[in-house]
Structure formats: structure tokens, C-alpha cells
Design a protein around this ligand. Structure first.
Ligand code: MTE
Ligand code: MO
Length: 487
């Protein structure tokens, strides 16, 4: 644990001062001036702990099933189609992308236009709070231009309440600021594992870096609505309100259809005193970076990334959920009989399923990276690190790690941010020294290491990717795994 840095990019004293109800699980380690520098090198050290370990060039695709190591059950392993919904094709002429911001060269680019990039596993493992510049980015469209914190405002409207406009300055100054860590996870996180099992449709073959744990600061949307419409809204019984949903509309536009990025969540989540839905204007103690929604975005703790709308410009309370394609025709866990575009448009397709909201319990192995090589004769145990998190906001109760699928080592938790159960939105980082089975040490070859988490509500991860496979390749949360080599 001593080499694992717990804390945030802005320094532990500052972090402690701004966080409410928060106790770090471990004492915060001294901070380095730049998390993106110092912490990362330590993390890379973690990849090569066993004598003689080295990284193979290029990543191996993780395999799909414990019993069929390396054998994908499709003719096209790792294949990812482009979306079936024309509005999701994201076809934007190159000229729309002439003004993208500079980005960290450390991000692993899945797609340039629109920009999708994930954090390398070892960098994720190296910092409890993911530094903003290497936090994964998932954009659907070109970055909106001309936004400024000084001039930005959000219009808020709804049935029976009318419409009003709040400046970002109002939001910053008239409402109490709340700060806490909240995991942002793309529904496509770990899609590469689903794609290795069977063809999926999706923008990017993410590994486990489509997820990050940042410390967000903002006003509670609940406070904002309560102050705007104390009489008009029933804050105690959300279901008594005419509006049942809250639509968030971004400033980024699909130029060829004219629609803005949009998603919605239940009004009950917003009004829930434990819901913690933020209008966030700071990430890790700094103004948001352009890619993460400058100057203001929605943070919806526990929910899928797609609803946490960036560059927020409008909020619409509504009787119905958002009509946007990202709500109605995407981010749904289609039944497993749907295996092509036609099926997705059919009766078992988009219309048959609700939009993804709360994310399932998740864990993944970050180091050693797939393909790392260890000396069979001298490696008795391999140090494994990863993350675990539950969208239910309850603490992670246990993470088990195994190199044979039969004997399990209980992982040590090295960092989390403890908040009341139901409001614990940070991830838990863990590590374990996993014994290498005697049998495996006698011969060279691949060794699969697995992890599985359980949360305090007894939610667990399914063993096989087949259990959760779906055409869009969403919410992959089967046992985490990495395949190393013994030589
Ligand atoms: N908000 C807007 N306005 N436009 C987008 O393309 N992408 C969504 C969400 N909010 C998106 C958006 C998706 S799918 C994800 S996973 C998260 O933003 C990613 O947030 P990040 O890029 O800050 O990591
Ligand atoms: Mo996403």
C-alpha cells in the first residue's frame, strides 16, 4: 500500500477541506506536485513487479470464456460494427473538427472524430483520483465552440413551472457547493471483451479504461429546483409532480440532423436527498477541461455516463423521458436474440427495453497488463491491482482474485472515499498477491487471472461474458480478467 497514492491532484489538505462527510480509507499519502507525472511512474513500476516481467508489444484481446482461453466464439473476434441508427452514425465532415482542444498523448485513442480516448490501465491504477487530462473522453460530436464560464447560462423549464434562466455565476454563488468523488463509466467500458465473444455494434472497442474516478464540485440540482419552485414542485413525493423526468441538453450539435446531445433521468433521482445529482463546474478542484464539459455538466452518481451531459445548456422537466436517440435508440441492453441492425429496429429491439440508468457492480484488473511476461520458475505470486465499484452507491464488500478459478484470494482495499451507504460514489482500488498455481509454474504458457467483486447489497458479477452479452456491447461486467504469460 505504501507506494499507492491515495488522494487527488489538488493536494490532500485542500481535498480534505472541500470534501464533506468523507473519510479516506487510508491516510492520504503525500501529494506530488503533478499527479499526471509522479504517480504515473510509480504505477508503471507496478506492472513489472515480478522478476523478469516485461510487457509484450501490443495488447492481447482478453478472452471471453474461462474454459476456452483465447478462443473467440465468432468468425470475427473483436469486431465492432458502426451504429445502426442514422442519427448515431456521427457523420461529421472533417471541417467540423477543426477546433478540437489539445489532448494528452497518454490517452489511447479509439476514434478521433468524434474524439474517444481511454486511460491506460496502469495510469488508472496509479491514482485514486483520476487526473482530468487522462480521464477517458467520450464525445459524440465535435466540441462545441465559444463557451465561456463568465457568460454561460442554463435555461430551466417544465410543465406548471414555466421557464427561467440561471447564469453559471448564479449557480456558483447562490447555492452551496458540494464536492465528492463519483465514478464516470461509459456503458461501452470493457466492450472489447464482449466483442471478442460475439460481434457487437458500438463506436469503440474499449478496454477497462472507459471509466474514471474524479472529484466533482457543483450545486445540487435538487437545491436549485427547490429554490426556483418551492411551491410548484412536490419535493417530498417526487411522483406527485406532473414532470417525471429531467432532460439534460448539451451545447454540442450533430450538424447533419441539427440535434443537440441529450439524455434524461427520472425526476425522483434528482429530488432524492441521497441522489446527489450535481450541476458540476469543477473537476478535481479545477475548472472543467473542454473535453469534460466546460463550463458546466451534469453529474448523475451511479448512472451510466451517457446521462451525465456535458456543456449543459438546457434542463427540461418533462412528463416523458427524452426523445433523443441516445435515450430511445441507444444505451439499452437489447435481448440476446437481437444480433443485427434489423433486430434492433424490430419488436424485440429498442422499443422493448428501458434506457440504462444505474450501473451494475463492476471490477476489473488493471495491472499486470494483458501480455505481461513472468518467469515461471521464480514467480510464486503475482501482484494484481484493479478497481471495483457499484452503481448502487453501496460500498464494495469484497473483491476475490484467482489464477485457477477454484481458490480465491481476498483483495486488500487500498483506497476509497467512504460516504454513507447509498451515497458512496467513488471507486475502491484494491490489490492482491495471487499465488501462481503449481501446475502452471511447471510449464510455459498463458495464465488467466480473474477478479470478482461483491457490493454491500450482495450484488455480484456474472462469471461469463455470455451471460451479459448484448448487441450494443454495453455494461460488460462479467468477471474481470487479464492473461499474462509464464515463460
Ligand atoms: N454530453 C454531451 N453533451 N455530449 C456527449 O457526447 N457523451 C456522454 C456523456 N455526456 C456526451 C455527453 C457519454 S456516452 C459519456 S460516457 C460521458 O459523457 C463521458 O464523459 P467524459 O468524456 O467527461 O469522460
Ligand atoms: Mo458513454
Amino acid at each position: 500500500p505504501e507506494e499507492l497514492t491515495v488522494g487527488s491532484a489538488e493536494g490532500s489538505a485542500a481535498a480534505a477541506a472541500v470534501s464533506e462527510d468523507v473519510q479516506p480509507l487510508l491516510p492520504e499519502a503525500p501529494q506530488q506536485a503533478s499527479a499526471a507525472d509522479g504517480e504515473m511512474k510509480g504505477a508503471y513500476g507496478g506492472v513489472v513487479e515480478a522478476t523478469g516481467a516485461r510487457l509484450l508489444s501490443g495488447l492481447m484481446l482478453r478472452d471471453a470464456e474461462p474454459n476456452e482461453m483465447g478462443k473467440a466464439k465468432t468468425d470475427t473476434p473483436g469486431a465492432v460494427l458502426t451504429p445502426s441508427n442514422p442519427a448515431l452514425l456521427e457523420p461529421q465532415g472533417d471541417h467540423f473538427y477543426a477546433h478540437e482542444p489539445p489532448r494528452s498523448p497518454q490517452l489511447l485513442v479509439q476514434c478521433q472524430k468524434p474524439f474517444n480516448g481511454e486511460t491506460p490501465h496502469a495510469l488508472l491504477a496509479g491514482a485514486f483520483v483520476t487526473p482530468a487530462d487522462i480521464h477517458f473522453v467520450r464525445n459524440h460530436m465535435p466540441l462545441p465552440r465559444g463557451l465561456s464560464a463568465a457568460e454561460h447560462s442554463i435555461t430551466i423549464e417544465g410543465p406548471g413551472v414555466g421557464a427561467t434562466t440561471l447564469t453559471l455565476h448564479d449557480i456558483r454563488t447562490k447555492f452551496k457547493a458540494h464536492t465528492f468523488c463519483s465514478v464516470l463509466q461509459c456503458a461501452g467500458n470493457r466492450r472489447s471483451e464482449m466483442a471478442a465473444y460475439k460481434l457487437v455494434e458500438g463506436r469503440a472497442p474499449w478496454n477497462s479504461g472507459g471509466m474514471g474516478n474524479a472529484r466533482w464540485t457543483g450545486a445540487l440540482l435538487r437545491d436549485v429546483l427547490a429554490s426556483l419552485w418551492p411551491q410548484e414542485l412536490d419535493l417530498v413525493n417526487p411522483l406527485n409532480n406532473r414532470a417525471k423526468h429531467v432532460c439534460f441538453i448539451g451545447s454540442d450539435q450533430h450538424k447533419e440532423t441539427g440535434i443537440y446531445y441529450e439524455g434524461s433521468i427520472p425526476l425522483a433521482k434528482v429530488l432524492d436527498p441521497l441522489g446527489d445529482v450535481l450541476l458540476a463546474y469543477e473537476m478535481n478542484g479545477q475548472e472543467l477541461l473542454p473535453d469534460h464539459g466546460y463550463p458546466v455538466r451534469a453529474i448523475v452518481p451511479g448512472y451510466v455516463g451517457a446521462r451525465q451531459v456535458k456543456w449543459l445548456s438546457r434542463i427540461v422537466l418533462s412528463e416523458n423521458e427524452s426523445e433523443a436517440p441516445w435515450q430511445k435508440k441507444d444505451y439499452k441492453l437489447l435481448p440476446q436474440g437481437v444480433t443485427d441492425h434489423e433486430g434492433a429496429e424490430g419488436p424485440q429491439g429498442w422499443t422493448s427495453m428501458p434506457a440504462v440508468e444505474v450501473m451494475p457492480v463492476q471490477s476489473a484488473i488493471l495491472t499486470p497488463e494483458a501480455g505481461s511476461v513472468f518467469a515461471a520458475s521464480t514467480t510464486e505470486a503475482i501482484k494484481v491491482r484493479g478497481y471495483a465499484w457499484s452503481g448502487a452507491g453501496v460500498p464494495i464488500a469484497r473483491v476475490d482474485v484467482s489464477a485457477d478459478g477454484a481458490t480465491w484470494t481476498v483483495a486488500r482495499f487500498t483506497a476509497s472515499e467512504v460516504r454513507p451507504s447509498g451515497r458512496q460514489w467513488a471507486w475502491t482500488l484494491w490489490e492482491a498477491d495471487v499465488p501462481v498455481p503449481e501446475e502452471s509454474r511447471k510449464k510455459a504458457g498463458p495464465l488467466r487471472i480473474m477478479c470478482k467483486a461483491m457490493d454491500a447489497a450482495s450484488n455480484t458479477q456474472p462469471e461469463k461474458v455470455a451471460t451479459v452479452w448484448n448487441f450494443r456491447g454495453l455494461n460488460c461486467n462479467s468477471w474481470g480478467n487479464t492473461i499474462v504469460r509464464l515463460e
